[in-house]
Design a binder for this molecule. Structure first.
Ligand SMILES: *Cc1c(COP(=O)(O)O)cnc(C)c1O
Length: 357
């Protein structure tokens, strides 16, 4: 039976990425060696990193003012690297928008190095909306926001005009739609949602914002080190970067960001129109802030939970359960998820309504 994987991350990747990775594990570039046993300094390994960086720049139209790096430690280490590179040593202060679980973790790390001003929070309504009309203090070092809130299922549809550099955690919607990179000082994301397998974070940095904090930054945490070493300061995760390269090549081959954003929109429209139409379910987040990547929904009658769970499992659907802290259901519709999988879920929801509605 075909499996429909709605995982929130690590998530579905194109089949050809898995095939190419499998082949490279057995015999990389006809070298007779596995990708796992070669030096990251071999020219053909260096080419993998180089291509991955170039493809990221090309697909996202990264301007020359910005540089792209890959580091380990996921987005969670970026929560730490951002304040180290952006918050002044003396009197450092940063503004953060609190839109959910991941924003909260970023805030925690920011607080270790300076003052954090939480400019607005949607915690009052279980993070079911994106705050609007807040003030960003001009005397802070940067403003931090989370473009897509993977757990609650909300997404920023626009970004505020900020008097200070904007830093954005785009872990779960990077590469899913066009972004004007020039508006941001730093963009980062854990790879395992739309970029590739787990094991990396991508960070896009406006070069001129660096070197201004007066801090003695630990070497690995210093963005400038990774820029200067072209993301090969130390042994990088060769397998995971290779997977990202294959995934970005796939994305380019289907038509890049313009094409994938069309496909993603079609999927989310199909999903949300069924959530709204079907009387058995409701979407808990503000309609205008709904995420195109992670659609959250709940049953109106919780007592039918076992029945519904049985039906979607029988249809080959996996990983539809909501995050353990919010419950309900979450359909994550990342780039590689075909619309056919969304249709299977919608058909199950319709059949469920027929049977129990
Ligand atoms: C998944 C996720 C993270 C955490 O990523 P790690 O790579 O596991 O550290 C952070 N922010 C957002 C928005 C996420 O979706």
């Amino acid at each position: 039976m075909k499996i429909h994987n709605f995982s929130a991350g690590p998530c579905i990747l194109p089949q050809e990425v898995f095939d190419r990775m499998a082949q490279a594990v057995l015999n990389f570039n006809n070298s007779g060696l596995s990708l796992m046993e070669i030096s990251h300094r071999r020219p053909d390994a260096e080419e993998v990193m180089h291509n991955t960086i170039q493809l990221t720049k090309e697909l996202l139209n990264v301007p020359d003012t910005h540089e792209v790096i890959f580091t380990q430690g996921g987005a969670s280490l970026q929560f730490v690297m951002v304040p180290f590179n952006m918050m002044k040593l003396n009197g450092g202060k940063a503004a953060y928008l609190d839109t959910g679980v991941w924003a909260t973790k970023a805030i925690e790390e920011g607080k270790r190095l300076g003052l954090v001003d939480v400019v607005a929070s949607s915690a009052d309504k279980k993070y079911s909306y994106i705050p609007k009309n807040y003030n960003i203090p001009a005397d802070a070092d940067y403003f931090h926001c989370t473009s897509n809130n993977t757990v609650a299922g909300t997404q920023m549809k626009s970004f505020p005009n900020s008097p200070i550099p904007i830093v954005c955690d785009m872990s779960s919607d990077i590469m899913s739609k066009p972004v004007d990179i020039s508006k941001f000082a730093v963009i980062y994301g854990g790879a395992q949602k739309n970029m590739g397998p787990a094991g990396n974070a991508v960070t896009i940095i406006k070069k001129e914002v660096l070197g201004k904090t007066g801090r003695d930054i630990p070497t690995y945490l210093n963005y400038q080190v990774h820029i200067d070493k072209e993301s090969a300061f130390n042994t990088w995760s060769v397998m995971a970067i290779y997977g990202a390269m294959c995934n970005l090549e796939w994305l380019k081959s289907i038509g890049g960001i313009p094409e994938i954003s069309k496909r993603n929109k079609a999927k989310s429209e199909l999903m949300y129109s069924e959530i709204d139409r079907n009387g058995m379910f409701r979407g808990p987040v503000a309609v205008e802030d709904r995420s195109d990547m992670n659609a959250t929904f709940v049953l109106n009658d919780e007592s039918l939970k076992d029945e519904f769970d049985k039906m979607w499992k029988e249809a080959g659907i996996v990983n539809l359960k909501g995050h353990r802290i919010v419950g309900g259901y979450r359909a994550s519709m990342y780039n590689a998820l075909p619309i056919e999988s969304v249709q299977v879920l919608v058909d199950v929801m319709k059949a469920f309504e027929q049977k129990f509605g």
